[in-house]
Ligand binder design. Structure first.
Ligand code: MN
Length: 296
């Protein structure tokens, strides 16, 4: 047998092992992992003769995808009685610190191992802890119907939530093999809006250098403008969680109600529920929920 046949028969064997493994773990049949694996089995069973390079690449892509899906499964599974369950989402208070995707020292000499260790193990961990605490306290508030501290815990939720989500992006935005320029579609977008990669880099660098006090420089995709933009976040805690998508918003600036309700914001909020377009909120939800990152 040639190398290609060896590889295909290895992968076929691996595919069967994975199926056996998911069955032995009692993984729910509706789990995305099964769907991916079924799709992969179809591809493997569809192979009749020698593959061309594109077909081989497609199979390797599937293998890589399944590999990381299985890894996710192991990271997130939780024991329920005798079986393991994959956490399909992060329940209140259940965030965990994502592992650094490389060694502490991997980014040296540009960023020291000492900084990386402190930054990841201490700072990021405290965001995770703070976010879990805020979510648990707000869960308690909902259970008791007591919202007297909603302002405080919303602030904590924003501060620690943004901290956790942004750092999770940040670690993966860097690599020991990093540097250089982006390519493909992203480079095209950068050239389209900023004119060139150098102009983008200059703007982003200045935005970063001129953030007042603590903060971030952030390259974003705007689904509305359908293009990139560079933003500064002076204080990421200012009542947002970066890396989330708004579904339902209520304007409580005075211009939105004062002419009619004067200072009675409560009545405005109460009556506003009568005009909420849930169909629109559902549409936004369906679109937004297609975007899923690895859960932490
Ligand atoms: Mn930081």
């Amino acid at each position: 047998m040639g190398k290609m046949e060896d590889y295909i028969s290895e992968v076929s064997k691996w595919n069967k092992e994975l199926r056996g493994f998911l069955e032995s773990e009692d993984v729910d049949k509706n789990n995305e992992l099964w769907q991916r694996l079924d799709h992969f089995t179809d591809i493997m069973e569809g192979i009749t003769g020698p593959l061309n390079i594109q077909e081989l690449e497609k199979i390797q892509e599937q293998v890589d995808g399944l590999h990381s899906d299985m890894e996710n499964y192991f990271t997130n599974r939780q024991r329920v009685g005798n079986v393991y369950m994959n956490e399909p989402y992060i329940a209140a208070g259940k965030h965990v610190l994502p592992p650094l995707p490389y060694d502490y020292k991997a980014l040296e000499p540009h960023i020291s191992g000492e900084i990386m260790k402190l930054h990841h193990d201490k700072h990021h961990q405290s965001y995770v802890d703070g976010l879990n605490k805020a979510e648990n306290m707000l869960q308690t508030a909902r259970d008791k119907g007591d919202y007297s501290l909603v302002k405080h815990w919303s602030r904590e939720l924003a501060f620690h939530g943004s901290g956790h989500y942004l750092h999770t992006i940040f670690w993966n935005n860097m690599s020991p093999k990093g540097g250089g320029k982006p390519s493909g579609a992203l480079l095209k977008e950068i050239n389209k809006y900023f004119g060139s990669f150098d102009r983008f880099k200059a703007h982003f660098s200045e935005a970063a250098k001129q953030v007042e006090g603590v903060g971030w420089a952030i390259l974003v995709w705007s689904p509305r403008a359908r293009r990139l933009e560079i933003l500064q976040s002076e204080r990421h805690m200012l009542l947002t969680q970066w890396d989330t998508i708004p579904l339902l918003v209520l304007d409580v600036w005075e211009h939105a109600y004062y002419l009619q309700y004067k200072n009675n914001r409560g009545d405005y909020v109460k009556n506003w529920w009568n005009v909420v377009n849930w169909k629109d909120v559902e549409d936004r939800y369906l679109k937004a929920s297609e975007l899923k990152w690895k859960p932490f």
